[in-house]
Write a protein that binds this ligand. Structure first.
Ligand code: F6R
Length: 368
């Protein structure tokens, strides 16, 4: 049942091209229009939405953070992302025109469920992005958009994360379609998304060096992860995977925060992963991150750089360059997170740990 792999985690990481492809499957009609028939809301209601609040925990919350950049960009609706356990004990300003989107692999996470109930009590409309058919959260939500990652057995989430980002992108595009038309724009992003599974496969096929790096790092005490824009939640997810799987202290930072504190952590030999935005990114973000790499390298950091093919600017400041295929900036997380998952898996294995069942963790957190 592990499909020839040693662990579920390895299988699930390698399943990711399918997780994304299957989540994209069957979403459009013959005219290329998105058809989401379990929204549980009329198009009129969707047009009236003034705000989106995404609630989730852990990895699912990082998927939500990625989604915020895309949905705000495409649909021009304000999006907040909040940890479900924080949201449920606040007095959030939401009403019938707020769409609360929960993201959960299991559909049983207690805090996420309670956040959905809290939102409903306050009159909000609720949609669940979920991987488990018939689970509690989608049953209690007005609508659902299922991710089709297949069962995720390993405790730490990998393929569900990619499927969650994919599904939230479909939701964002659906809102564009319903609210503004813009069929061409929607079709263009959908076709870029369709190209992602092959690109994930390319990343997976090129992981030998990443595995080698990981195997030599079994004694590492701490690893830092930097990213910005959509690369920021990817950095946090990379850090979470390393904590969970390899029990190594790891922190993800927004690269722009470096000078506001974290750069004090840089000492000779400190490993730092940097998720570099595409050279085509807006606002000169690429150049800013390249300067960050230069700054930490000058202080002795060991820089492990995840950058697009053809990005030569990073080379002078990188101890290692890990390549991902070119893609639109907003879709890059579906590629850039993969080496970080493989790194955590391999380091955990090198330490002789149980990657599928890390200590102290449960697959679905059904208690507070
Ligand atoms: C991390 C991980 C957890 C879950 C979180 C939410 O690898 O697996 O952080 O993402 O517990 O779980 P779901 O998505 O089932 O609500």
């Amino acid at each position: 049942e592990k499909g020839g792999y040693d662990t579920f985690m390895e299988k699930e990481i390698n399943d990711q091209p399918h997780a994304v492809a299957d989540t994209l499957l069957g979403r459009t009609d013959e005219r290329g229009h998105l058809v989401l028939d379990e929204m549980g809301m009329s198009e009129e209601d969707l047009r009236a939405i003034t705000k989106i609040v995404i609630v989730a925990c852990g990895t699912a919350a990082y998927a939500g953070m990625v989604a915020k950049y895309a949905i705000e960009r495409w649909a021009r609706i304000p999006v907040e992302v909040e940890l479900a356990h924080e949201f449920r004990y606040r007095d959030p300003v939401i009403d019938e025109q707020t769409l609360v989107v929960s993201i959960s692999q299991s559909g049983e996470t207690m805090d996420t469920l309670m956040a959905v109930r809290h939102a409903k009590d306050l009159g909000a409309r609720t949609i669940s992005i979920c991987n488990t058919h018939g689970s509690t959260i989608p049953r209690e939500s007005d609508g659902v958009l299922y991710t089709h990652a297949g069962p995720e057995i390993a405790v730490a989430s990998t393929k569900a994360f990619l499927a969650q980002i994919t599904a939230s992108y479909i939701l964002g595009l659906y809102l564009v379609q319903v609210r503004e038309g813009n069929e061409e724009g929607v079709a263009e992003v959908m076709s870029e998304l369709q190209a992602i599974p092959d690109k994930i496969q390319q990343v997976l096929d090129g992981m030998d060096r990443v595995k080698e790096i990981a195997r030599f790092m079994a004694d590492t005490r701490a690893v830092l992860f930097l990213g910005r824009h959509v690369g920021y939640p990817v950095a946090m997810e990379g850090a979470l995977k390393l904590k969970e799987l390899a029990y190594i202290h790891a922190e993800g930072f927004a690269a722009g925060e470096l000078k506001h504190g974290p750069i004090a952590l840089i000492e000779p030999g400190q490993p730092v992963f940097i998720v570099v935005p595409s050279p085509d990114s807006e606002h000169g973000l690429h150049g800013k991150v390249v300067s960050n790499i230069q700054e930490i390298r000058a202080r002795g950091a060991r820089t492990l750089v995840i950058a697009e093919e053809g990005d030569e600017d990073v080379v002078p400041f990188a101890d290692e360059v890990i390549r991902i295929p070119r893609s639109p900036a907003l879709l890059a997380p579906l590629l850039s997170v993969v080496p970080l998952q493989v790194f955590a898996l391999e380091l955990s294995t090198a330490k002789g740990l149980d990657v599928d069942q890390p200590r102290n963790l449960a697959k679905s957190v059904t208690v507070e």
